[in-house]
Design a protein. Structure first.
Length: 124
């Protein structure tokens, strides 16, 4: 295989991977809001880019580290801090929140974030 063919193959694989990731994020945006979320951490990412919950209702967050040792925090909600594995119950005001890893876990730590959207189902 020549360099041009190898280069084109790499470009095609990269574009395909990026497109698949965008499709997964779009599908997650269509998920209905829930009162229980399962958050799994692997090295430098959570299992979802977007979590949707119901605002104004108790939400159970179940957290587990599967690859590496991670923690879960939610920006603006200092009472949420789970390390390694555990659960907590929280009520959210409507809005968007940043979910992040609370334990320095290596080179990808700073990009280990997801979005939590608290939806006011009364407004829909």
């Amino acid at each position: 295989m020549g360099y041009k063919q190898l280069f084109m193959t790499i470009i095609i694989l990269f574009v395909t991977a990026c497109t698949q990731n965008n499709q997964n994020e779009a599908e997650q945006m269509d998920d209905p809001p829930v009162t229980v979320i399962e958050v799994t951490a692997t090295n430098w990412e959570f299992n979802k880019k977007v979590y949707k919950v119901i605002a104004g209702k108790p939400v159970t967050i179940n957290f587990k580290s599967e690859d590496g040792y991670h923690g879960l925090g939610i920006k603006g909600m200092e009472n949420v801090n789970i390390e390694g594995e555990g659960s907590t119950k929280v009520m959210f005001e409507p809005g968007e929140y940043q979910v992040y890893c609370t334990i320095p876990c290596g080179e990808g730590h700073s990009t280990m974030v997801s979005t939590l959207i608290a939806v006011d189902i009364q407004q829909q």
